[in-house]
Design a protein around this ligand. Structure first.
Ligand code: SAH
Length: 407
């Protein structure tokens, strides 16, 4: 196909986009489609855990099978995110028959549409097409990103990727609670310099969407063992890639050291002689209440806030939390990973004297487009969460600060 590409901004809200394939390419493409509000229809026998999480959350429709031509009926665009050229060609043919543009992961030359290298700055989206050369489009995009970042302040101007990349180290980077703009400037810069990115499930998908195509992306939630073996495996990957000379960014939801096992990763790297930088992140413990209108402290209302994990039930022998003591505090209590045990947690706090009418709020998927906020009291919050069907990830905040800013 000849001729220059004709750039367009597709307005996909509510429009069907078919993605064929459930692997790494689809994992990178889907977040931007969802961000555009597209009605995403995913066709693939198997999915990565990140894609499955979108399905579980009801953000897209999944047909767990191979592609059939009439999957494209009613679609505006299709992504053939598979590397089997025969299958991709049949998707492409079905698309052409229906006059639907088809992006192909396997063969750019045969595609009717190309995905540009993208950088987003608030309302501004810059999309670069490199005349068929993805490396060129990414280099230009990176240079534009530097210019746009530089306008935000001196700290934001990274050295352009022309020089040698830093080698043989690990950065534990907090990605923030969900909104991709809530990563720190430093975290963002290190992400753009990484050779390898090891990402958690809670990491904002749009951050991964902007990675260079040659970056190795390891989905930590995909590691097929129980939690403790999986953590050993993550530690091993960090150390191994760094010892091989790579710059590894371990991207973690929120702050790396708030219930994130960042300390274990630091110790594993230190034991192997791998230097580690820690880049703190905006933790959901503070951000989730904040975006729901709840300041964790307020003059004259709360002079303390306590952040506690609720993933172990209060009466479990494995619990390290003095719930009885927490019940005696007057300040703000923030519970992470607390939905499953919420009834037991609130019952314990009530039994040890925290008043039932203490205001409480629950913030689900804070700072994302799917954010939900529930306001209640300590006495009724567990029942309200069940009735409203709130799901993890969610933060529960208890204390008078919950109603302090109410008009
Ligand atoms: N290191 C993370 C917390 C990891 S534990 C941080 O600092 O935020 C995972 C828990 O964090 C979830 O179960 C939930 O309680 C909370 N969480 C993380 N992101 C969240 C979000 N966007 N909205 C609400 N809660 C969130």
């Amino acid at each position: 196909m000849s001729g220059n590409p004709y750039p367009l901004g597709l307005r996909l809200a509510g429009r069907r986009v078919v993605v064929v394939g459930g692997g790494a390419v689809a994992t990178r493409r889907v977040p931007a489609l969802l961000d555009a509000g597209a009605d995403v229809f995913l066709v693939a026998p198997e999915l990565t855990p990140a894609l499955r999480a979108h399905v579980d959350a009801g953000r897209l429709h999944w047909a767990p099978r191979r592609f059939a031509p009439d999957d494209l009926d009613g679609a505006w665009l299709v992504h053939a995110a598979i590397d089997d050229p025969t299958a991709a060609a049949s998707i492409s043919a079905a698309a052409a028959e229906r006059r639907i543009f088809c992006v192909r992961a396997d063969d750019r030359a045969a595609a009717t549409a190309w995905t540009p290298a993208v950088t987003r700055h608030g309302p501004v989206t810059v999309a670069v097409l490199g005349g068929g050369d993805p490396r060129r489009s990414m280099a230009v995009r990176d240079a534009i990103r530097v210019l746009l970042d530089a306008r935000r302040g001196p700290l934001a101007a990274p050295a352009v990727a022309a020089g040698p990349l830093p080698v043989g180290r690990v950065a534990l980077v907090g990605a923030g609670p969900g909104d991709p703009e809530l990563i720190t400037v430093k975290g963002w810069r290190l992400l753009t310099e990484a050779d390898v990115v090891v990402a958690d499930r809670l990491v904002p998908g749009l951050l991964l969407d902007e990675l260079r195509a040659d970056v190795e992306l390891v989905d930590a939630s995909k590691i097929p063992y129980g939690p403790s073996r999986a953590q050993e495996e993550i530690n091993r990957i960090l150390v191994e890639r760094a010892l091989a000379g790579g710059f590894v960014v371990r991207l973690k939801g929120g702050d790396p050291y708030v219930f994130g096992r960042g300390g274990e990763e630091l110790l594993a790297c230190a034991a192997a002689g791998v230097p580690v930088t820690v880049v703190p992140g905006v933790t959901s413990a503070i951000a989730a209440p904040a975006v729901a209108g709840v300041p964790v402290t307020h003059r004259g209302v709360a002079h303390e806030f306590t952040v506690v994990s609720g993933h172990v039930a209060p009466d479990s022998p494995a619990s390290l939390v003095r719930w009885d003591a927490l019940a005696g505090l007057r300040g703000t209590l923030v519970v992470l990973m607390g939905l499953k045990n919420l009834a037991a947690i609130t019952a314990t706090l009530l039994a040890h004297g925290r008043p039932a009418q203490t205001p409480a709020a629950v913030v689900q998927e804070a700072t994302t487009g799917a954010q939900r906020v529930l306001r209640s009291t300590l006495g009724t919050v567990a029942a309200d969460v069940a009735a409203e069907g709130l799901r993890p990830p969610a933060v529960v905040v208890v204390g008078d600060v919950v109603t302090t800013l109410d008009g």
